[in-house]
Design a protein around this ligand. Structure first.
Ligand code: FES
Length: 578
């Protein structure tokens, strides 16, 4: 079992080596893109590019990075107990990762062997001229397009997975997409245009001089070798090295797969820890397995955006048995749990190693990277003192029946826009639109006092917005639109509820029901707004011109003390004690 420190070192090594390969590739693509200008500019850039990459220590950086990257990926693969739960992007990245060393080594070997044997660079002039003479452009172009796409897609997927957990990444998506696509496209164009120049200039004496000058392979008389001689020498030098590397790589993969198989069989025999899931599924795992591995073995959908690396928090799981029996979170896990303000019984499934039977409830089946960003405390369900606002258009259903659907949608959308604006600019959270009704929550972040004040402010603004809307629709409506607004404050269960794309923060509980009933009471009381005394109390305000009343509310054991306000737009709350 690798420990958390080793795990993060491997992730780090994979990331750094991957970034080095990406930087190299990016430079290479810029170099190819210069073909759009001229082959000479490609050669010039190549000289500068290689001054850097052939510098004493840096010379080994690229091959070492490829090796480290491949080994780190192989290690992660071998350590994974089950391949279930891999996303398509992860599978693509993994398969490309396995093929890449074979392709990259071939490409790099030719360049390196040429340089090591001749002390001269493999200039584009020479390269284009050779493939033109041998009529091999189509082969090289397709080979290059595929190889580059594989390296680049593999790297971009890795960088995307790494950055998608950063909250600023989404705002810069256009920049990153451009960065991912543009260099590839321009480099392909550059190669094609560069080759075309070689074809067009092949009888041009200045081109022929340039080719002779830039040919790396010279015979003993200092003259360029024939293409066949050059090919034979470079092939003789490259092929044995490439063959050995390929064999070594394939052998390590085979040995790795066999070791993994043996290890899994041993683990199976030692599987004596029972993991029970809230849905009734049970699975046995060996000591030291993580909850995430148990979920995968049991075939349970369990989000893990960062692939089990303890960074994203999307594998968060509620521990239903005693959480104190688990090994406490290490510092890395603690940091992530703190970031999402997790309750004490929430742990990261990919980090909890099991040593006794356990009952768990994975919180997210599927997730987006944004689910791993900083989250409010209530996101997993919490009782919060909030003010609820319900609003409804009076008699709108009847009016809708007499109008064309287009008119209904037009009027409703204008209404929602103005009311939504009133709620959001007052600091409320627009929970949902239900038919022509609106539900909003205030004070989830700011506390009950500010929430109550904001809700009263929103109700006043809604009254004013309704007047704006009525004057806007004067010619369209037979009579002005009327609304009823109910406000009530108290504890409600607030959390992320729903399923799949329909998952959103909402509130449930008695406070919600009472607020909804108070909105209904507007009709019986013949007013536009009904505010419960709890809201005024929390906001420390009074409505001096409004007479307090007690109303019976269905589902409530005692009457609710309320302030019925005839016209919300003219309401003037007075601060108590001012
Ligand atoms: S899978 Fe990302 S933190 Fe566990």
């Amino acid at each position: 079992m690798i420990n958390a420190k080793l795990n993060s070192s491997i992730i780090f090594a994979r990331l750094v080596s991957g970034l080095i390969i990406m930087v190299y590739c990016f430079g290479h693509m810029i170099n190819h893109s210069l073909g759009i200008i001229s082959v000479e500019s490609m050669d010039k850039f190549l000289e500068y590019f290689m001054i850097f990459w052939r510098a004493p220590v840096i010379y080994y950086l690229m091959p070492i990075s490829i090796l480290v990257h491949a080994l780190a990926a192989l290690f992660t693969f071998l350590h994974r107990r089950s391949m279930r739960g891999l996303t398509r992007a992860e599978i693509t990245q993994f398969v490309l990762g396995l093929l890449l060393p074979l392709l990259l080594f071939m490409h790099i070997s030719y360049g390196r062997v040429t340089y090591d044997m001749t002390g001269r660079l493999g200039y584009y002039t020479y390269f284009f001229d050779s493939i033109e003479k041998e009529n091999q452009f189509t082969f090289f172009f397709i080979f290059y397009a595929i190889m580059l796409a594989m390296v680049w897609v593999h790297g971009c997927l890795g960088i995307h997975r790494w950055l998608s957990l950063k909250s600023w990444y989404n705002c810069l998506w256009l920049f990153f997409y451009t960065l991912a696509i543009m260099p590839y496209v321009t480099s392909m164009i550059g190669v094609a245009v560069g080759y075309r120049e070689a074809v067009l200039r092949k009888f041009d004496s200045s081109w022929m001089e340039m080719v002779a000058e830039k040919t790396p392979w010279l015979n003993s008389a200092g003259l360029p070798m024939s293409p066949d001689q050059m090919k034979k020498i470079s092939d003789d030098a490259v092929m044995p090295v490439y063959f050995k590397f390929t064999m070594a790589f394939i052998l390590s993969v085979i040995i790795g797969v066999i070791l993994r198989f043996i290890w899994l069989q041993i683990e199976k025999r030692q599987s004596n820890i029972e993991v029970s899931f809230s849905g009734g599924e049970k699975v046995r795992v060996s000591p030291g397995s993580t909850i995430l591995e148990a979920s995968r073995l049991a075939g349970i959908s369990h989000a893990a955006i960062c692939g089990g690396n303890g960074r994203c928090s999307t594998c968060r799981t509620r521990i239903l048995s005693d959480p104190d029996l688990l090994i406490p979170p290490a510092s890395e896990e603690s940091k992530v749990l703190h970031r999402i303000s997790a309750a004490p019984n929430i742990r990261l499934a990919c980090q909890v190693k099991l040593h006794q039977d356990i009952q768990v409830h994975p919180l997210l089946k599927q997730a987006n990277p944004s689910d791993g960003h900083q989250r409010p405390t209530y996101a997993d369900g919490e009782e919060v003192d909030v003010t609820l606002l319900f609003a409804d258009l009076r008699g709108f259903t009847q009016m809708a029946n007499q109008r064309l659907p287009f008119d209904v949608v037009f009027i409703l959308n204008q209404y929602f826009e103005l009311m939504g604006e009133a709620i959001e600019t007052s600091g409320g959270y627009l929970d949902k639109f239900i038919g022509d009704g609106i539900m909003a929550i205030f004070g989830m972040h700011s506390g009950s006092e500010i929430g109550a004040k904001q809700a009263i402010g929103a109700a006043i603004k809604m009254g004013q917005q309704l007047e704006v809307l009525n004057s806007r629709l004067e010619d369209e409506l037979d009579r002005p639109l009327e609304i009823g607004i109910g406000l009530h404050r108290g504890n409600a269960i607030v959390g992320n509820m729903g399923y799949g794309d329909a998952m959103a923060v909402t509130a449930i509980g008695d406070t919600v029901n009472v607020a909804s009933r108070l909105e209904g009471a507007c009709k019986t009381l013949g007013v536009q707004l009904v505010v419960s005394a709890e809201v005024l109390q929390a906001a420390s305000v009074d409505f001096p011109d409004v007479i307090q009343k007690d109303v019976e509310v269905r589902g409530s054991t005692k009457p609710v003390s309320v302030f019925p306000v005839e016209n919300a737009s003219t309401l003037k709350p007075v601060v108590v004690g001012a």
